[in-house]
Design a protein around this ligand. Structure first.
Ligand code: BDR
Ligand code: CA
Length: 311
């Protein structure tokens, strides 16, 4: 039977690819999607997710409105990487799909009660998750695993120490690491280790179906960003790798259990970093930290986006 999953997202380019991958994979069934500000504004995230579900003719999947800023109301966005609407400036028709009347925390709780043992996948800042667990501590008994994209053991992508999702809302990340639910983290390190050069990306041969074409269109925007910022055309798959590791856990080929502590001091240049500590007692939480993925195996999974495209 398919594993029930619930996705929390700040739907930018790679979030969209991650959701497309989940929608193309029979091993998982999405019970709901909650939206949070991060890569782009909450309104853009809601539109992107509703548009994507309409594209896939899966408007039956409930979408929930979540937090519009981090806990400390500090906002950053990633327009340069993800475009002005978060989705490479591609505007998808929502077909009238709108978010549910209840909010993200209520949506997460409703899904967890309906499907005990559900896995929660977070692809954005952890603000919604922290609110949900604060309001409904019984979630710890209902959710079997939290799989997060976030953090960096080595260099980050926003500062030399911090990765975007943890940097955006470090207080929420600290809270979310310590809910008592087993946590798995797909790090920025695993993303960098799996950077895919353009030649390899083109070899995926994704063109030719509606979803394959959309994949190419949004990822090309990211390729251009990478060329402008690093001088080389390569693609990182942080959120898709996170979902891929749930669909096929063998994709994670290097994982270490670590105790982590978030740096929260606002004067500290390392704010937002997740530091590995030796003493689990003083840590915000422990997690299975994925440092490297099997990119060949991942590529095979990604091809499902083209193969299992909606008509
Ligand atoms: C993470 O930050 C966002 O820009 C991406 O969507 C991903 O979730 C990578 O650091
Ligand atoms: Ca994301």
């Amino acid at each position: 039977m398919a594993q029930k999953i619930f996705i929390d997202t700040d739907c930018g380019i790679d979030d969209a690819v991650a959701i497309m991958m989940a929608l193309s994979s029979p091993e998982v069934e999405i019970a709901g999607i909650s939206c949070v500000a991060g890569n782009t504004s909450l309104e853009n995230v809601l539109n992107n997710v509703c548009g994507l579900l309409n594209f896939y003719k899966r408007t039956d999947i409930p979408v929930y409105r979540g937090c519009s800023t981090s806990m400390l109301r500090i906002s950053h966005n990633a327009d340069k990487i993800h475009g002005s609407n978060g989705l490479a400036d591609v505007v998808l028709d929502t077909g009238g799909k709108t978010p549910e009347a209840i909010n993200a925390a209520e949506g997460i709780f409703a899904a967890a009660k309906a499907y005990p043992g559900i896995k929660l996948i977070t692809l954005g800042p952890l603000t919604n998750l922290a609110f949900a667990f604060n309001l409904y501590p019984e979630l710890s008994e209902l959710i079997s695993e939290i799989v997060m994209m976030g953090g960096a053991v080595g260099p980050g992508n926003v500062t030399p120490w911090a990765e975007f999702n943890f940097f955006y809302d470090p207080e929420a990340a600290a809270f979310s690491l310590g809910t008592g639910v087993p946590v798995k983290i797909l790090t920025w390190d695993a993303t960098v280790a799996g950077f895919m050069p353009e030649e390899e990306f083109l070899r995926l041969d994704m063109n030719g179906t509606p979803a394959g074409d959309l994949f190419i269109e949004i990822q090309s925007f990211y390729l251009d960003f990478m060329e402008n910022s690093t001088g080389s055309r390569k693609i990182g798959f942080p959120d898709p790798l996170t979902v891929a590791c749930v669909i096929d856990p063998a994709i994670a080929i290097e994982t270490e259990n670590m105790s982590l502590c978030m740096i929260l001091n606002r004067e500290n240049e390392k704010r937002g970093a997740s530091v590995v500590v030796s003493d689990s007692d003083g840590a915000d939480g422990t997690a299975d930290v994925i440092l490297k993925c099997d990119m060949k195996r991942f590529s095979e999974l990604a091809k499902r986006i083209k193969i299992n495209s909606p008509k």
